[in-house]
Design a binder for this molecule. Sequence first.
Ligand code: NAP
Length: 265
Amino acid sequence: MSATLKPKVLFIGFGHLAKSLLSKNLLNSVNIHALNSKGAIKNINLKKKISNIKNDYNYIFLLIRPNTFLTSGNQFQKYLSKETLVISCMAGVKLSTIEKTLKSKKIIRIMPNVMAYNSKSQTHIYMKNKNLFDNKLKKILSTFGTIINVRSEDQINFATSVFGSGPAFIAYIVNIFVKATKKLAKPFKMNEKDVIELFKNVLETNYSSKMLDEFVSSIASKKGTTKAGVNYIKSQNIEKIIYTTFQKAYKRAKEIDSEKKKAKY
Ligand SMILES: NC(=O)c1ccc[n+]([C@@H]2O[C@H](COP(=O)([O-])OP(=O)(O)OC[C@H]3O[C@@H](n4cnc5c(N)ncnc54)[C@H](OP(=O)(O)O)[C@@H]3O)[C@@H](O)[C@H]2O)c1
């Protein structure tokens, strides 16, 4: 597709998530400008600064932190035209708040994650008006990975906890595993890559909760080594710890919108 026919996209905010959305697929399908905290706009495809700003964007992605939007989101109204569809990636900020702040009804909420860079994000999407989701938008969002449509806005809070924050929880847990095995391996030589590979191998052969349960039972024979470890891990209430981790992130996502008291409309 020639550069002029590609949809024009503005990223408001160019931090961790924004940068991880920039897969080759996305850069091939759209022209991206990015606005930074100093009000400067850069053409990301051509890697150069833009001096004359036109508000002719087809899509605007909100990639600033919720607090930035809740306290001074109305400053972004000037980048919208009647045609612009706004795609909010922000955790917690409700559709109704974004509508009021930007004075637009053409808004959808999505919850991608940083794995979009490798087209591995499982992006949850919520909108009131289903007509906003056309094939052009589907093509753009598919560059992030798979798309999961949700019916209730609260499901975006769930997705924020499990699919937005979840990758960090998984990385933290795997790293605890790696560090613990390294500690145990002190007198011997151990390659940490082998332990990470072990995680991948277990998941490759077990892809449902039932299979994982059966997998544990098949290894944990009576009075054996696995049983000794499994009994201990169960006694430490790990289920409660993991559940509470997700619940805390979910509750945090739910309370963000009520922090808009200081917002200026
Ligand atoms: N990180 C994730 O994995 C993830 C996943 C799902 C959703 N989200 C959501 O994505 C949003 C961004 O998260 P993030 O982790 O990418 O945060 P981040 O790394 O802090 O990025 C925020 C960016 O916004 C810029 N910014 C601040 N004020 C601005 C303004 N007035 N105009 C334009 N840009 C401004 C910041 O620029 P400066 O650096 O110059 O201050 C920064 O580059 C959040 O709402 C979060 O809830 C994040």
